[in-house]
Design a protein around this ligand. Structure first.
Ligand code: GLU
Length: 439
């Protein structure tokens, strides 16, 4: 059987870091097994679903590099749901209900008040149908068989169906709720593994009975512990962190993938620029039950480490005009984000402002002009030659030797390795900068 997973977002908003993680794990599991990863747009809620959200979900997945092998939309599959609904109704697994939300709420309160679980109470078959009411529909759980499954993350799960409410699957206006269409689609699309958040665990209990009622084997399930923010509690902020935010912050898709592939597992988060090793080592058995902590500061650090690994070809189309492989390699170790390359390239190409130096340092730089002019082989290691000569001539060493030169040549106090930078700045420009700094 081909391993087939699906990512099933409801297009009622943008993707956030929590559902990006779910998408990623589904994608990785399929990739690991040479299987298929499907995108299923759960747009049964016509009022809250928007086309704009569908587009942004697709764009976000593409930006992350999570290409999908097939796509479906629930709103185009109503005929299939209708057919299965009729079958389940004929089999007595789906039944009509007439309570209003107010009546249901009142029953709930009464049960809770008596210290009982607020489980939906079925009406007797011969109960009178209140006049003028259109029914909504519930799935009838089989109360006699305990629900048991082996969750790939949570281990054995057990539910007593008597403690679950028969789930509402269809509203009075005919619209579908999430539960049944999802089970029908999982069967129809031959989904082998459902990977989703642990907020769906009790849905799974009911859906397992739906698979059975549909006469189909159930997929395997992996329910993941949810994400928490850096402050250790469920944070609202996580819900608003999406691709747009990461993109603006200069975070690479590879960093998001490296992070989200591993947090919540017993494997360390490591700066992989390529997803393959992460896919190879991906395993639900490595996931813990505790909430996974997502820390933006850690993501930024991971991002920098990944940027430092990118080769020129991987970033060439995002670099400033004229920047070549030597330029990228010189500047790369100093970057937090690829976009900062432009800034450093500007330092290489100039013009740069003359730094404010002390009289003593200006005199030192004046010496450096002659030393630089004397260097014959500018192509090999001009920085080594320059600092070597100046050390001998002036007796300066360490910071006193290097810093005024860096300031004069780049107008900055920190930056990429001068040995890599100076050949890029070039002889003529270096001399000109030294002259300007010497005043
Ligand atoms: N549309 C559902 C959600 O976003 C899908 C859950 C599932 O993966 O089955 O929660």
């Amino acid at each position: 059987m081909t391993v087939t997973t699906r990512f099933a977002p409801s297009p009622t908003g943008r993707l956030h870091v929590g559902n990006i993680r779910t998408a990623l794990h589904n994608w990785m599991w399929a990739k690991k097994h040479g299987g298929r990863f499907l995108l299923r747009i759960d747009d049964t809620d016509a009022e809250r679903s928007t086309e704009e959200n569908v587009e942004s979900i697709r764009a976000d997945l593409r930006w992350l590099g999570l290409e999908w092998d097939g796509e479906a939309r629930q709103s185009e599959r109503f005929a299939l749901y209708e057919e299965k609904f009729e079958q389940l109704k004929a089999a007595g697994r789906v039944y009509a209900c007439y309570e209003t939300p107010e009546e249901l709420e009142l029953r709930r309160k009464v049960l809770l008040g008596r210290g009982l679980p607020p489980v939906y109470e079925r009406q007797p078959a011969d109960a009178p149908i209140p006049e003028g009411r259109t029914p909504h529909w519930r799935f009838r759980l089989d109360h006699d068989t305990p629900i048991v499954w082996h969750d790939l993350i949570r281990g054995e799960q057990r539910f007593d169906p008597k403690l679950l409410s028969d789930p509402v699957i269809r509203r009075a206006d005919g619209s579908w709720l999430y539960m049944l269409p999802s089970a029908i689609d999982d069967v129809d699309m031959r989904i082998t593994h459902v990977v989703r958040g642990e907020d769906h665990v009790s849905n799974t209990a009911a859906q397992l009975q739906m698979f059975e009622a549909l006469g189909a084997p159930a997929p395997a399930f992996a329910h993941e512990a949810l994400l928490t923010g850096s402050e250790g509690k469920l944070s609202k902020r996580l819900g608003s962190l999406g691709v747009e935010h990461f993109r603006e912050a200069g975070i690479e898709p590879a960093a998001i993938i490296a992070k989200l592939a591993r947090i919540g597992t017993s494997d360390p988060v490591e700066p992989y620029a390529d997803a393959q090793p992460l896919i190879d080592s991906f395993d639900f058995a490595r996931f813990g039950r505790a909430p996974a902590r997502f820390d933006e500061a850690e993501l930024a650090t991971l991002n920098a480490k990944i940027v430092h690994q990118f080769d020129f070809a991987a970033v060439a189309d995002r670099l400033p005009d004229g920047m070549d492989a030597a330029g990228w390699e010189a500047i790369r170790p100093n970057l937090q984000h690829v976009a900062e390359a432009a800034d450093w390239w500007h330092v290489v190409r100039g013009p740069v402002a003359a730094p404010a130096l002390s009289d003593e340092d200006r005199a030192y730089i004046a010496t450096a002009i002659d030393a630089a002019a004397d260097i014959e082989d500018w192509a090999t290691n001009p920085w080594g030659a320059l600092t070597g000569a100046l050390k001998e001539q002036t007796g300066r060493k360490g910071k006193a030797l290097f810093l005024p030169l860096r300031q004069a040549l780049t107008a900055r106090e920190h930056g990429p390795d001068m040995a890599a930078l100076l050949p890029l700045i070039g002889r003529e420009q270096a001399l000109e900068r030294l002259r300007n700094a010497a005043g």
